[in-house]
Ligand binder design. Structure first.
Ligand SMILES: [Zn+2]
Length: 311
């Protein structure tokens, strides 16, 4: 696959960014390769050709991989881990809360919370057609613990549990917190994504605030081609503000007559537009989570599925 950007880039000694194809947009994602005593891949979501090319360019092959560390259970992150493990016999580590969603496709579907959704059949057929590799079972060989460094040799990966996007979502400090892999606190223009039943807005907000407190200077996103090094605090603040902005947009839309979940979702309200009809599922979860918190704050009431602004 040819791209108009380099497939990989050395960020610091031992640490290589492997860029996803298609500018690392979902279902692609970036990964990190730690070329150290323990050859460690963090996430396995870029096209396999990108992973293989990076390994080859720095003098390795897939067989040399010792370990894959997964940041969370999503398909664009666990990606090719099962295939790479089969070829290399490497370890696969994840957060304890990621195990269900990583190990089996059924476990992942439970964490998505989409069985019974009207779009479920279309989602399954889209995944099995386009991303068959993520429907396999993954052999998790161990867990990492929050804050306990993963020793790669000269490089230490420090897991920082940052739930919200998903309950297992974990960022990594590279040796310290100056440089962090922020994973799906991804600083994209789209903003935060929390479209699974297990996603949580309040946890997501707290995690972004936690990153702000750690004040990294270099933030590696799973979905941006280059690490963010300028105005890091401003970028994080902007990303965090999306939740309140979406609350306000929903209140406005309810005020203008979109008085049901279905009407808000069909518009759509959070996605600018649906890249595919199956995205309805994720929009529905996200809008529902906003409605829940607007009810809790006393800003709306919902009776018989009819949403009204509180006055
Ligand atoms: Zn994700």
């Amino acid at each position: 696959m040819s791209e108009d950007y380099p497939v990989h880039m050395e960020l610091q000694p031992h640490v290589h960014l492997i860029r996803g194809a298609n500018r690392a947009k979902f279902p692609e994602a970036n990964a990190l390769l730690i070329d150290d005593e323990v050859l460690t891949l963090v996430d396995a979501g870029p096209s396999k050709s990108h992973i293989v090319k990076t390994l080859t360019d720095i003098g390795h092959s897939v067989k040399d991989l010792d370990r894959i560390v997964l940041t969370h259970f999503h398909i664009d992150h666990k990606g090719y881990a099962a295939e790479l493990q089969e070829e290399s016999g490497c370890e696969v580590l994840c957060h304890p809360l990621a195990e269900r969603g990583v190990r089996t496709f059924e476990g992942m579907v439970q964490d998505y919370g989409i069985v019974g959704n009207s779009q479920y059949g279309d989602w399954i057929s889209a995944i099995t057609t386009w991303l068959p590799h993520v429907t396999s079972d993954y052999d998790v060989t161990g867990n990492f613990s929050d804050s306990k460094p993963i020793d790669c040799g000269e490089t230490q990966l420090i897991p920082v549990h940052m739930p919200g996007h998903t309950p297992d979502h974990t960022c990594f400090g590279i040796n310290d917190y100056e440089t962090m892999l922020l994973v799906d606190i991804d600083l994209t223009r789209f903003g935060p994504w929390y479209g699974n039943v297990v996603s949580d807005i309040e946890q997501f907000e707290s995690s972004i605030k936690k990153v702000m407190e750690l004040s990294p200077r270099t933030c590696i996103s799973s979905h941006l081609l280059n690490p963010v090094t300028e105005d890091v605090h401003g970028r994080l603040a902007e990303f965090l503000a999306a939740f309140e902005r979406r609350d306000e947009r929903i209140l406005e839309l309810v005020g203008s007559g979109l008085d049901s979940l279905q009407k808000l979702v069909s518009r759509p309200t959070i996605y600018p537009k649906f890249p595919h009809p199956i995205y309805y599922i994720f929009e529905e979860f996200m809008v529902q989570k906003h409605l829940d918190r607007l009810v809790k704050r006393g800003l709306i009431t919902i009776d018989d599925n009819k949403i009204r602004l509180s006055r």
